[in-house]
Design a binder for this molecule. Structure first.
Ligand code: GLU
Ligand code: ZN
Length: 280
């Protein structure tokens, strides 16, 4: 199929207007292209995911008129696939264990260092100073975070962006990867995976050709593209859409229960009202 997209919410809170916009846009684009619209529940964060939020997602989407194709993918069932990918990266020497605490990283960053730009902050926070990069190797450990060795992997990449205001070819240099992204965590100790690893593997497993999601993830896409190279996976086309903001111009967060779709529903709004509210 030429156009396969997805909506990938995390069941850690109610869907709000921003999610509704993302789901409606991806759904409408898939229908207009005669393609497929898939649903994926991103529930790797077991501490924050709740069955009632997952149930609310299905209910809200059905109410909105967003029908998904095929089976829902749930990330909590995909741990063996994540583990296999990590093992491959481990065998290739591309990831290493890290036991640094946030405090250790802060302390190392305040000391002089080579490589990373001073004070550089990447999509996941401060660029990791590389403290554990030379940790002794043996079997892949399960009781430590696993970081990507960006110094080994860094290469120029590019992806096709179609989002309004961003459209074009986005190029990322090897130097950008080392200096402004660095050794990102691919597996958290408490999860056995990470958002970045899971999203890349799952988009490929679901055959996603077009990723439609909020512009807040534009920077993270740089990480996803290099991971696709490392894992020999195709790079989809990306469409990062505008964010829905509140009256004060602040972007909506999960905790903004006041803008939960369920609240508008309870107040009698129709799906057409929601479409209007998000500018569709
Ligand atoms: N699960 C992510 C979220 O709810 C979205 C991930 C994505 O679309 O790539 O923010
Ligand atoms: Zn470390």
């Amino acid at each position: 199929m030429a156009f396969v997209t997805r909506f990938a919410p995390s069941p850690t809170g109610p869907l709000h207007l921003g999610h509704a916009y993302s789901a409606l846009l991806a759904h409408d684009m898939a229908r207009a292209a005669g393609g497929a619209f898939l649903l994926r529940i991103e529930d790797i964060d077991r501490a924050r995911s709740r069955p009632q939020w997952e149930a609310q997602i299905y209910d809200d989407l059905q109410w909105l008129g967003v029908a998904w194709d095929g089976e829902v993918m749930r990330q909590s069932t995909r741990l063996p696939a994540y583990e296999a990918a990590l093992q491959g990266l481990w065998d290739g020497g591309l990831i290493y264990p890290c036991t640094c605490t946030r405090r250790d990283i802060g302390a190392a960053l305040s000391a002089p260092q080579e490589g990373a730009q001073e004070g550089a902050v990447g999509p996941d926070g401060p660029v990791y100073p590389g403290t554990c990069r030379c940790a002794p190797r043996g079997a892949m450990p399960r009781d430590a975070a696993l970081r990507l060795n960006m110094g080994l992997l860094a290469q120029e990449t590019q992806f096709q962006e179609t989002g309004a205001g961003l459209a074009g070819k986005v190029r990322i240099t090897a130097q950008d990867y080392v200096q402004s992204i660095g050794d990102v965590v691919l597996a958290r100790r408490d999860m056995g995976t990470s958002y970045h690893l899971s999203v890349v593997l799952d988009d490929a497993a679901q055959g996603v050709t077009h990723v439609v999601r909020g512009a807040d993830l534009f920077e993270a896409t740089r990480i996803h593209v290099i991971l696709q190279r490392a894992l020999s996976l195709p790079t989809p086309i990306y469409h990062h859409h505008r964010l829905i903001r509140d009256e004060g111009g602040k972007r909506l967060a999960k905790r903004d229960d006041a803008r939960a779709l369920a609240k508008y529903r309870a107040e009698g709004a129709s799906p057409a009202d929601i479409r209007r509210m998000v500018g569709l």
